[in-house]
Design a protein around this ligand. Structure first.
Ligand SMILES: [Zn+2]
Length: 283
C-alpha cells in the first residue's frame, strides 16, 4: 500500500504536467472504485484548469478553476502513470489501454494521466475547495507529520493518558495523519522505543524524540523517490520502483543494525499488522 512518501512522490511526478494545465477530456470507465464516483464527474472535470496539486495525508487534492477540488486516493493498488508528456520527462508514447484503467485524464498539453487500480480500493471525489477540510475523509485527520502543527508539545499532549500501544497511537490518523506501518516501525527503532509500550507511559523526552525521527524517516523516503512496494509504480511511468533499505521493516530474523547489538529483528502481529523491532534496542 502506498504510504505518505510514495503519495508525495506521485504528487511531485504529476505536478509538472497538471498544475496550470487544462483537462481537455476525462474518461471515466466505470461507475465506482471503492465508492461511486461523484455525479457527472467527467463533465465537472472537463475543461477545468488545475490550479494546484496538493497532498493531505495520503490524499492527492487537485484544486480546479471551477472552485471544486478533485480528491484522489490510491488505495491499496492504485497507480498513476503519465505518458506523452510535452516536457519530455516521462514516457513519450501513450501505451495501449490496459485492463483496470478506470479514469484517464487527457491534458490539453498532450500529457495523459491514467489511474489504474486492479483491486479498486482507491477513491475519487469532488468537493468545494473552500470547505475541503470538512470533507468526511479529511475532517478526521490530525496534523501532517511534516507540518508545523506536529511538534514535540503536541505529541506529548496527544499521548497523555493513552492506554494503547505506541505503535497503534502513531497509526491513529486522528493523532498524526498519513503515517503507516513501515515508517512507524522505523521511527520507533530510531528512538529505541518498544512498539508494545503504552503511549501514555513513555517519558516526555522519549515521546519528543519521535517527532524528529518521524520527520527524518519520511523525508529520507521522499528524497529517495518513495520506497519499494508491491503493485506500485512511480509517477514517471516506469515499471520499476525504488528499492529502499529499512532498519527493521521486513527484516525479521536479520541482524540488528545497531553497532554492538547481537540481536535479530523480531516480528510480532499487532492489531492484525506486522510490527518489526529489536527486542534489545527497543525498550
Ligand atoms: Zn538491536
Amino acid at each position: 500500500m502506498p504510504e505518505l512518501p510514495e503519495v508525495e512522490t506521485v504528487r511531485r511526478g504529476l505536478a509538472p504536467v497538471m498544475e496550470g494545465q487544462v483537462m481537455a477530456r476525462v474518461e471515466v470507465n466505470r461507475p465506482d472504485l471503492r465508492w461511486p464516483f461523484p455525479e457527472r464527474m467527467a463533465e465537472r472535470l472537463t475543461g477545468q484548469r488545475v490550479l494546484q496539486l496538493r497532498r493531505r495525508s495520503k490524499y492527492l487534492l487537485a484544486d480546479l478553476e471551477s472552485g471544486e477540488t478533485l480528491l484522489v486516493h490510491l488505495g491499496m493498488s492504485g497507480r498513476m502513470t503519465v505518458s506523452g508528456d510535452p516536457l519530455g520527462r516521462f514516457v513519450h508514447d501513450h501505451p495501449a489501454a490496459q485492463k483496470h484503467d478506470h479514469v484517464v485524464f487527457h491534458m490539453e498539453n498532450g500529457a495523459r494521466i491514467t489511474f489504474n487500480d486492479p483491486r479498486r480500493f482507491g477513491a475519487m471525489d469532488l468537493m468545494e475547495t473552500a470547505t475541503a477540510d470538512q470533507h468526511k475523509l479529511l475532517s478526521v485527520l490530525g496534523p501532517e507529520p511534516l507540518g508545523n502543527e506536529f511538534d514535540e508539545a503536541y505529541l506529548i499532549a496527544a499521548f497523555r493518558g493513552k492506554n494503547t500501544p505506541v505503535k497503534s497511537a502513531l497509526l491513529d490518523q486522528g493523532i498524526v495523519a498519513g503515517l503507516g506501518n513501515i515508517y512507524v516501525c522505523e521511527a520507533l527503532f530510531r528512538c529505541g522505543i518498544s512498539p508494545l509500550r503504552k503511549a501514555g507511559q513513555i517519558s516526555a523526552a522519549r515521546v519528543a524524540s519521535l517527532v524528529p525521527a518521524i520527520r527524518d524517516v519520511l523525508e529520507r523516503a521522499i528524497l529517495a523517490g518513495g520506497s519499494s512496494l508491491k503493485d506500485f509504480r512511480q509517477a514517471d511511468g516506469e515499471l520499476g520502483y525504488f528499492q529502499h533499505s529499512f532498519d527493521v521493516y521486513g527484516r525479521e530474523g536479520e541482524p540488528c543494525h545497531t553497532p554492538g547489538c547481537d540481536q535479530v529483528i523480531n516480528r510480532k502481529v499487532q492489531s492484525g499488522r506486522s510490527t518489526f523491532y529489536c527486542p534489545s534496542c527497543q525498550r
